[in-house]
Design a protein around this ligand. Structure first.
Ligand SMILES: [Zn+2]
Ligand SMILES: [Zn+2]
Length: 261
């Protein structure tokens, strides 16, 4: 899921061979979710990938990939600089597919469905022209998982997550993040700061929002994610769990890099 900065280093640390990854799902096109797509193409190229890699995402995903694939022309032509040696071109193994809300994909007995969420716009704007942010549900024969991506509170997402075993949900503490940005960027205008606060409060989930979503959807377990490493601490994790649990009585964990749930 998603391909933010450092994804492939982490994949390696998790003991997963890049060439063994066949499917990549993108939730939306903010840079913290797609920053390593170019590395995805290049590293597969340099390790002679010979199997297709399917990349799914909201409309615009194929266009982004087309440009990144074109940007591989020069590194692919250079290769390792060894005479007679050649590398596959990412256009030969990348297969991209733009998904629209409601689309369904079946892969190896797992059914993947998706809905639009409120990360970019309110639900009364759904269906109109404009960028789309997706949440995904994975139904395996024995287990179901929902990945919210970035989103604000959203009825469509509650429906998508209904009865899921595991909800991997984003959260943001708008006050902490806002105050950090304000103190680190003293030249930012009040108007720019106000817009940013609006984005944090309307387009993301507070810990209470995440608990509410989990509760309304009736999921069994919540794992909270998307917490900046700069602010992550045991004390803050405990506070997030306390706040989520004011709205949700199930199992709650705060995600840790490389952990399994
Ligand atoms: Zn985002
Ligand atoms: Zn994000």
């Amino acid at each position: 899921m998603d391909c933010g900065e450092g994804a492939f280093q982490q994949l390696k640390r998790a003991g997963v061979d890049l060439n063994a990854v066949h499917e990549l799902f993108i939730t939306h096109h903010h840079f913290d979710h797609i920053g390593s797509l170019f590395a995805c193409l290049g590293l597969n190229m340099m390790t002679h990938r010979d199997r297709p890699m399917n990349i799914y995402g909201p409309p615009g995903t194929s266009q982004i990939l087309r440009h990144l694939i074109a940007a591989c022309d020069i590194p692919q032509a250079i290769g390792f600089g060894v005479p007679g040696q050649s590398l596959p071109h990412p256009r030969d193994f990348i297969v991209s597919r733009d998904l629209r809300p409601g689309d369904v994909v079946d892969i190896d007995g797992i059914r993947i469905s998706c809905c639009e969420n409120t990360h970019y716009r309110a639900e009364d704007q759904f269906g109109k022209d404009g960028p789309i942010s997706l949440s995904y549900r994975f139904n395996a024969p024995d287990r179901s998982m929902v990945f919210t991506g970035d989103t604000g509170p959203c009825r469509a997402l509650e429906k998508l997550a209904s009865g899921a075993d595991l909800l991997v949900g984003e959260l943001i503490d708008a006050d902490i993040v806002f105050n950090r940005i304000r103190s680190q960027n003293p030249n930012m205008s009040n108007q720019a700061l106000r817009k940013m606060l609006q984005h944090f409060t309307e387009h993301h989930l507070t810990p209470e929002d995440l608990g509410e979503l989990a509760s309304r959807a009736g999921v069994s377990q919540v794992v909270a994610t998307h917490i900046p490493f700069m602010t992550k601490s045991a004390a803050e994790d405990a506070e997030y769990i306390r706040r989520i649990s004011t709205k949700f009585s199930g199992n709650v964990a705060i995600s840790e890099d490389l952990a399994a749930y």
